[in-house]
Design a protein around this ligand. Structure first.
Ligand code: NAD
Length: 254
């Protein structure tokens, strides 16, 4: 797919992991990509460098999404940077990827963990969509990165699953409302995908074996597995696909 030449994309949490792979893939497909990052400036600059070195177009934008101030800051900077690079504040593709994962059962999850999860995994994507709406062109694309944990019972990270479930729930009403502007809204549910978010937990061989055993395809996910699905949902080829919650997990046990 090389059809994104006229498009501008914002990918949150694109300094590493799944977000980085999505940013690189959209840039490969031709889009101008705003590589959002929270604290890891060096890693974001590395993402931008990898994109530009392979002929793509990208710039980085910093904002901590743990507060509304951060969301405001994201768009203030984004407007300046998109005008500078693309000549307009308009966006075509928004990928709400930034997220945090917290281990904790109903007994052990603290209020602080709960509030952080809500802020980063629900409140930030909600208000990023709100702020992106006036900037999104007709035919735009919103892709949210949720989790396959919303489809299986995971008592050990109950609050995380709860926040990702909210993203799933947001998908349908937004798709209905934005359909009249030709904007599609879809949500991807990655399964176990090897990144920094789960490196520690997957370093335990028994957890790893369990995670692999849960998939029909018998392996852990690679970031490119998720990036390919996101690229499809961001592309013209997905024009008739909206309001979908797409499991991209290698067939995780339901
Ligand atoms: P990751 O930890 O490698 O990346 C998360 C990104 O979000 C980072 O770039 C980080 O800087 C950013 N981020 C987190 N908190 C932030 C904040 N307060 N402000 C700004 N940026 C912030 O994780 P990943 O595995 O690449 O996960 C990407 C998305 O995929 C997340 O939403 C995650 O919940 C989801 N997911 C991952 C897996 C998996 O197995 N890796 C499975 C299901 C869902």
């Amino acid at each position: 797919m090389q059809n994104l030449r006229e498009k501008t994309a914002l990918v949150t949490g694109a300094s590493r992991g799944i977000g980085k792979a999505i940013a690189k893939r959209l840039a490969h497909d031709g889009a101008w990509v705003a590589v959002h990052y929270g604290r890891d400036k060096k890693a974001a600059e590395q993402t931008v460098a990898e994109i530009t070195e392979s002929g793509g177009r990208a710039f980085s934008v910093q904002a901590d999404l743990g507060s509304m101030m951060g969301v405001e800051r994201l768009f203030e900077q984004l407007d300046t940077l998109t005008i500078k690079h693309t000549g307009s504040t308009s966006l075509d593709i928004l990928v709400n990827n930034a997220g945090i994962g917290t281990q904790g059962s109903i007994e052990t999850t603290t209020e602080k963990q709960f509030d952080e999860l809500i802020a980063v995994n629900i409140k930030a994507p909600f208000f990023i969509i709100q702020k992106a709406l006036p900037r999104l062109r007709t035919g735009g694309r919103i892709v949210n990165i949720s989790s396959a944990e919303t489809r299986i019972a995971f008592p050990a990270s109950i609050a995380y699953g709860l926040t990702k479930g909210a993203l799933n729930t947001m998908t349908l009403p937004l798709a209905k409302q934005l359909g009249e502007r030709g904007i599609t809204v879809n949500t991807i549910l990655p399964g176990y995908t090897e990144t920094d978010i789960n490196a520690e937990i997957l370093s335990d061989p028994s957890v790893r074996e369990y995670a692999v055993g849960m998939t029909a395809l018998g392996r852990l996910g690679h970031v490119s597995d998720i990036a390919d699905a996101a690229a499809f949902l961001a592309s013209e080829e997905s024009r008739w696909v909206t309001a979908q919650i797409l499991d991209v997990s290698g067939g995780i046990r339901l």
